[in-house]
Ligand binder design. Structure first.
Ligand SMILES: *Cc1c(COP(=O)(O)O)cnc(C)c1O
Length: 388
């Protein structure tokens, strides 16, 4: 039997290839320091785990959950939005619980795109935007994110024939992988643009809570007419060290939320209820978990930037997110520099071009590795006489 074209045509998932290389190196007895995937090393806080233990013994939670999340979870998400952004949401139809942001982002493509449609996607980007689009049989039009434009897409540069076929636009700030941030003026332009061209705006705000140096990220839902055309995705993964539990949300335009619900209710049965209770516990807590994490990541960020600058990399200090986006020395490209770090120093980073053609010339380093490994990496970098 021949596997479907959508499987055969999709490029392998970036981290899958990298993890194969790591395994091979480890089999040789090497101590690999992995700055690849962004997956918090800090455990899920105990008070959140206690909630799971408590709720897991309640038989109510042993049965199928609702695909869009319990009303208690959706109400908590709406309250969190009110408190955090001053945004009002109706938990009945403007909020949905997701099995992690990734699930919702992937399923959104099936909800909004038909074959022949176009999705506007930033380049570089979180790979799920393009993979979801291809799985839905639609096409990607990539919007370059250039350093000289502060890694914001140039909306005016999108050709008019593309705009006619475009149904959705993905944006993501604070941005993975570039670490860029966006202000309300940009969000305002995007919402106006979406309304004018009838293109749904899908904002992925997975990193809105991981911000540094006094910066607070806005929500696109703060734009007054955003609900006409936009939804925003969130995740508890990064903010609460909960990647393994799989819980996130989307909020905003009720027709878009309803379409995702239709896909989900036919393909999955929602977030396990005990885990929904964990999410409620996390979202109702004070911000101390997040502020502790931010302190840890900020120290790592600053230590690592100094070490990388020493070997000749150019890095802008990110105000948000979990990544350093570093320009490789001019004699190298993303792949050759990634290879060099792996071969000479046993350090794994992700090549920027793995996130799209415009990521060429960069590498991405994640801040989610333990302090002692960060220190080891810094030692290796400092002792390494790079000939650049
Ligand atoms: C991590 C991440 C997500 C969501 O992660 P989940 O664990 O699936 O909730 C979404 N978007 C971006 C850009 C991410 O980096």
């Amino acid at each position: 039997m021949k596997i479907s074209d959508r499987i055969n045509k999709v490029p392998p998932y970036l981290f899958f290839e990298i993890s194969k290389k790591i395994k091979a190196k480890e089999a040789e007895g090497k101590n690999i320091l992995d700055f690849g995937i962004g997956d918090p090393d800090i455990p899920t806080p105990d008070f959140i785990l206690q909630k799971l233990i408590q709720e897991s013994s309640n038989p109510v939670n042993h049965r199928y959950p609702e695909s869009n999340g319990m009303i208690e979870l959706r109400t908590t998400i709406a309250k969190w939005y009110k408190k955090r952004f001053g945004v009002n949401l109706n938990p009945e139809n403007e909020v949905i619980g997701l099995i992690g942001g990734k699930e919702g982002i992937g399923h959104a493509a099936l909800a909004f795109l038909d074959p022949g449609d176009i999705a506007l996607i930033p380049d570089p980007h979180y790979p799920v935007y393009s993979r979801g689009t291809w799985f839905a049989g639609a096409e990607c039009h990539f919007m370059p994110l250039k350093e000289e434009n502060k890694f914001l897409p140039d909306l005016e540069a999108i050709p008019s024939d593309i705009l006619k076929k475009a149904k959705i636009m993905w944006i993501n700030y604070p941005n993975n992988p570039t670490g860029a941030i966006a202000g309300m003026d940009f969000f305002n332009n995007v919402i106006e643009f979406g309304i004018k061209h009838d293109i749904a705006i899908l904002h992925d705000a997975a990193y809105s809570e991981i911000t540094y140096d006094g910066y607070r990220a806005p929500s696109i839902m703060q734009i007054p007419n955003s609900k006409e055309i936009a939804i925003e995705f969130h995740s508890l993964s990064k903010a609460y060290n909960m990647t393994g539990w799989r819980v996130g949300s989307a909020v905003g335009n009720k027709d878009l939320i309803s379409a995702i619900t239709t896909i989900k209710s036919n393909l999955d049965s929602g977030i396990p209820q005990a885990i929904q209770h964990m999410a409620i516990e996390a979202l109702e807590s004070d911000d101390s978990v997040i502020s502790n994490n931010i302190e840890i990541y900020k120290t790592r960020r600053d230590r690592l930037i100094s070490a990388l600058e020493l070997i000749g990399l150019e890095i802008k200090t990110p105000k948000a997110g979990l990544y350093l986006w570093a320009k490789v020395p001019h004699r190298y490209d993303s792949a050759s520099f990634t290879e060099l770090l792996l071969e000479k120093l046993d350090i794994v980073v992700t090549p920027g071009n793995g996130y799209g053609d415009n990521g060429e010339g960069y590498i991405r380093l994640s801040l989610t590795i333990p302090d002692k490994d960060i220190e080891k990496a810094i030692e290796r970098l400092e002792s390494f006489k790079l000939n650049i």
